[in-house]
Ligand binder design. Structure first.
Ligand code: SF4
Length: 469
């Protein structure tokens, strides 16, 4: 039964997680085919907000044919206990509440939103943003009583969306910048979020000052504010406990909470690594870091990138293989803001291990990449295949090339040691022949041969047993 008699479709938690395929959609807003889209919450003074007001600027759902359109959802709230700090937290709930509406799918957040309305719900009468606005207003006021007044503007006029998009980007940047500078070591508590468990049942976001939430919408400050206004809500405080591993970022308090909130599925988390026990990946991460074994480095691809990566896979295929609340070795859902953190993949080598990033993302974060390194990281303009990537990295002298050399040398040593332990007849002959009278003790330990990236041409090789004492 519907929660609201005046809404033509049902509204309830059971619709959260509903997927709408393009063939079943009436139309869509935002998504990868649309450049300008956003959702933004602003806190206003009480006298600035007209409670219950819903405005649609541009054509409404019923006026549009089956295509993808720009959209801005601009929500203004007021309440005597509200302040700017809470805007990000209220904004993140849009995702949850829109998904409660039967036949409406909302994905992602901020400048990445993607909303589809199903044909079925449209035929039932869901043909205007006014209905969506009403549902949002009612849910916001009942779930977060701190909101006393709320007015919502839906913008579909492409020029107007573009105009407001600029404001939205400035607000997001201001919010993100606030958390920069604070270190994980300087706080007693982190925050957790389980909002995405409707899509990824074992996912728990751990939000620290230096590891932004996967969706890029909740900072440590947002987490703190959310836990304060809605202590029983999906965002909660986590006592850090003891730091077991500062390099990988493992904390006893985090392990305990993740274990409990994931129903025992996830036992440990390394906050700053994509290997071993990486942070779980839900489905609304902004980007994925993926390990490329051929170059021993990471590629990063974001949601808006529509081409294939050098490994021949698109964002959605890579995202599918890491999403769902799992810990997948070498595949790691991340936010763009985390790429600005000094702890970004710190245990794996950080930026020195990143070899490929789409140019739009690299542009956004390049001020946070160690000096002189940004030009050595390939983009889609430099490399479209792994071979091209290899050539680029060698030509630019990317630090990862040194890792290859070190690895090759290590393998040469291993091979040499193996040979020394169990020399094949051919090897023994090569050594013995020029060194007449010398016998290499086959299969016996006691000497070590270290060859690092060298070529040796020798007329004679003498292996002399060291005198004891
Ligand atoms: S990605 Fe994380 S922080 Fe963002 S809504 Fe999902 S669980 Fe919460």
């Amino acid at each position: 039964m519907s929660m609201f008699a005046d809404i033509p479709v049902e509204v309830g938690v059971i619709y959260e997680g509903e997927r709408i395929r393009w063939q079943d959609a009436q139309l869509e807003f935002g998504g990868p085919r649309v450049e300008h889209k956003f959702e933004l919450v602003r806190v206003r003074r009480l006298d600035e907000v007209e409670d219950g007001k819903i405005t649609v600027i541009g054509p409404d759902i019923k006026d549009l044919e089956k295509k993808s359109y720009p959209l801005g959802i601009y929500i203004e709230v007021a309440g005597k206990d509200l302040d700017e700090e809470i805007e990000g937290v209220i904004e993140r709930r849009i995702h949850e509440y829109v998904n409660y509406i039967e036949g409406v799918m909302h994905l992602n957040q901020r400048y990445d939103i993607w909303i589809r309305v199903s044909k079925r719900s449209f035929e039932k009468g869901l043909n205007s943003f006014t209905y969506i606005g009403k549902v949002l207003q009612r849910l916001f006021k009942s779930e977060l009583p701190i909101i006393e007044k709320i007015q919502i503007t839906f913008i579909t006029d492409p020029e107007k969306v573009k105009e407001k998009f600029k404001e939205a980007m400035e607000v997001y940047e201001r919010r993100d910048a606030r958390a920069r500078g604070l270190k994980d070591e300087e706080v007693d508590a982190f925050y957790g979020c389980t909002l995405c468990q409707s899509f990824a049942p074992t996912h728990v976001c751990i939000i620290t000052p230096q590891r932004y939430s996967n969706c890029g919408a909740i900072s440590w400050f947002d987490g703190r504010a959310a836990a304060r206004i809605d202590p029983k809500g999906p965002i909660f405080r986590i006592e850090k406990g003891e730091c077991i591993d500062p390099l990988r970022g493992e904390y006893t308090g985090v392990n305990q909470v993740v274990k409990m909130k994931s129903g025992g599925e996830i036992q440990r988390v390394w906050l700053y690594s994509a290997f071993g026990y990486p942070h779980t990946s839900c489905g609304c991460f902004e980007a994925v870091a993926f390990y490329i074994p051929e170059v021993d480095g990471f590629g990063i691809v974001h949601r808006g990138f529509t081409e294939n990566t050098p490994i021949g896979l698109s964002f959605s295929t890579i995202a599918d293989s890491t999403a769902g609340g799992r810990q997948v070795d070498g595949f790691h859902g991340i936010s763009i803001e985390y790429m600005r953190s000094p702890k970004f993949l710190q245990a794996d080598g950080g930026w020195e291990r990143v070899v490929w990033v789409p140019s739009t993302v690299l542009e956004k974060v390049k001020d946070f990449v160690p000096k002189g390194l940004a030009d050595k990281i390939a983009t889609e303009k430099d490399a479209k295949t792994v071979d091209e990537l290899k050539q680029f990295l060698i030509a630019k002298g990317h630090p990862v090339v040194k890792r290859w050399e070190a690895k090759a040398a290590e393998e040469a040593v291993k091979a040499a040691v193996e040979e020394a332990k169990l020399p094949t007849p051919a090897v023994t002959a090569q050594i013995q022949a020029p060194a007449a009278g010398l016998t290499v003790p086959a299969g016996v330990g006691g000497f070590r041969l270290s060859l690092k990236n060298v070529k040796i041409h020798a007329k004679k090789v003498r292996i002399i047993r060291a005198k004891e004492g």
